[in-house]
Design a binder for this molecule. Structure first.
Ligand code: NZQ
Ligand code: ZN
Length: 405
């Protein structure tokens, strides 16, 4: 096992009817900005529960954070933060809203690049003195976050794990970039499985597939004898394989136990626990981000297209773990090594198809003519040495994209 340090201080409140805890989780003297997305929380009753709980607080709201949140939208929140002296953010929504709140929280207290930023940046968006101290540098130049407003979260879509991690992904002019800081990890998160009943099948599928691929990114690498991490990961993968399809079937889709198991799996998949002390891959995600940035494809659907191709192109480097995955997750114990790996990849694809997500670029109307653009974007974003061995070059990313056609 590799050395690691691990701390996850997000206080989780899990269960039906738990949104009311925000009344006591957020200090009464805080000036709260409730941030949310396109309005689903107004039709499914979540907004009402939140404002009931905030009855004794001073609060304001900022809405309109879109899926794959954009820099331009998020920067608009700075005006109300300054005007109303906001000192606490409450994110109510899915990964996009929570990620958006993280960027808003860091941008509000961003003091800029100590070396100045007058020369412009690689994304071509900060030109000259007028843009010195542009918070976009947190992503484009990976400038360290040194301060951020405190954040609480009410999760409405189980998928990203954003509710209890320090990661955020923001898009500007088609450039979709991640940043990470423990300072933006939510202090608390409310996970009420009943609020997921208003999700569309498409969003449920996306969530299950995203959580599945998060687990794979931290598991399907090479063995360091991290038995606890491996078995936790295998448990999460099996739970998602078992429960995911139930959330789409008419007979079981309203079952709150199914929803609860999916919700907790998604949080556990990316709260830092299973990734501590083991190598991590993330090449599927980094290539997938370019598909979303360039073509607007849902995050999870980029992953279901790219992951099988990564498994195929990297089967030698991942051989030992692919065999373990075949045996422990899919109970494939017959046949020679290559046949077992082939079968595990096929079952992964079939699981994605059962979850109604695409597994090939052709299913989202992309073809070989689009690969050059994606490779250029990867290069522009410095994604030239991906994977657990930092050896997925642009040439190998091209091979992966070609395999995904
Ligand atoms: O905008 P609203 O009205 O809230 O509607 C949303 C949105 O249209 C809707 N929705 C959310 N909860 C609902 C609901 N509709 C009905 N009932 C509910 N209870 O669902 C739509 C999609 O929401 P979004 O937040 O975009 O989905 P998700 O949670 O999958 O987040 C995706 C974003 O997270 C990033 C992705 O790149 C993408 O930008 N990721 C963040 C990560 C992290 N922070 O660690 C890791 C991930 O790998 C991922 O990259
Ligand atoms: Zn993801």
């Amino acid at each position: 096992m590799l050395n690691f340090n691990f701390q996850n201080p997000t206080h989780i409140h899990f269960g039906e009817g738990t949104i009311s805890v925000i009344a006591t989780e957020i200090p009464l003297n805080a000036r709260v900005l409730v941030v949310y997305g396109g309005g689903s929380i107004k039709t499914n009753g979540v907004y009402q529960q939140v404002i009931d709980a905030l009855a004794k607080h001073t609060w304001f709201e900022f809405s309109g954070i879109e899926p794959n949140p954009t820099y331009d939208t998020l920067m608009k929140a700075q005006e109300i933060i300054k005007r109303e002296n906001i000192d606490y953010l409450l994110a109510v929504g899915g990964g996009s809203v929570i990620d958006g709140a993280k960027f808003i929280a860091a941008a509000a207290l961003y003091e800029g690049n100590s070396e100045g930023n007058a020369e412009g940046n690689a994304e071509g968006n900060s030109e000259g003195d007028s843009e010195v101290n542009d918070p976009w540098d947190i992503l484009a130049k990976q400038q360290a976050v040194t301060k951020a407003l405190p954040i609480g979260a009410v999760l409405t879509l189980p998928a990203t794990g954003s509710e209890s991690n320090g990661n955020s992904v923001v898009t500007r002019d088609g450039n979709k970039l991640p940043f990470s800081s423990p300072l933006v990890r939510p202090l608390f998160a409310v996970l009420d499985p009943s609020v997921t009943l208003s999700l569309s099948d498409r969003q449920i599928s996306n969530g299950v597939v995203d959580a599945f691929v998060h687990t794979i990114e931290q598991y399907l690498t090479y063995s360091v004898n991290g038995k606890v991490q491996d078995r936790f990961s295998e448990g999460l993968l099996q739970t998602l394989i078992e429960e995911g399809p139930k959330a789409l079937l008419p007979a079981t889709k309203e079952n709150l136990e199914v929803r609860a198991n999916i919700m907790w799996s998604a949080t556990m998949a990316l709260n830092g626990l299973i990734g501590a002390g083991v190598p991590q891959d993330w090449s599927t995600h980094m290539i997938g981000h370019e598909l979303t940035g360039a073509f607007g494809i849902d995050h999870a659907r980029t992953l279901s297209i790219i992951l099988p191709a990564v498994m195929k192109v990297r089967r030698e480097q991942k051989r030992e773990k692919l065999l373990q995955y075949a045996s422990r997750v899919w109970q494939i114990n017959e046949g020679d090594d290559d046949a077992r790996i082939d079968q595990a990849i096929l079952l992964t694809e079939q699981f994605f198809q059962q979850m109604q997500v695409p597994i090939r670029l052709s299913e989202v109307d992309l073809g070989s003519k689009d690969i050059d653009l994606l490779i250029n974007r990867l290069e522009q974003h410095g994604m030239t040495a991906l994977g657990e061995h930092d050896d997925i070059t642009l040439a190998i990313s091209r091979e992966i994209l070609t395999k995904a056609l």
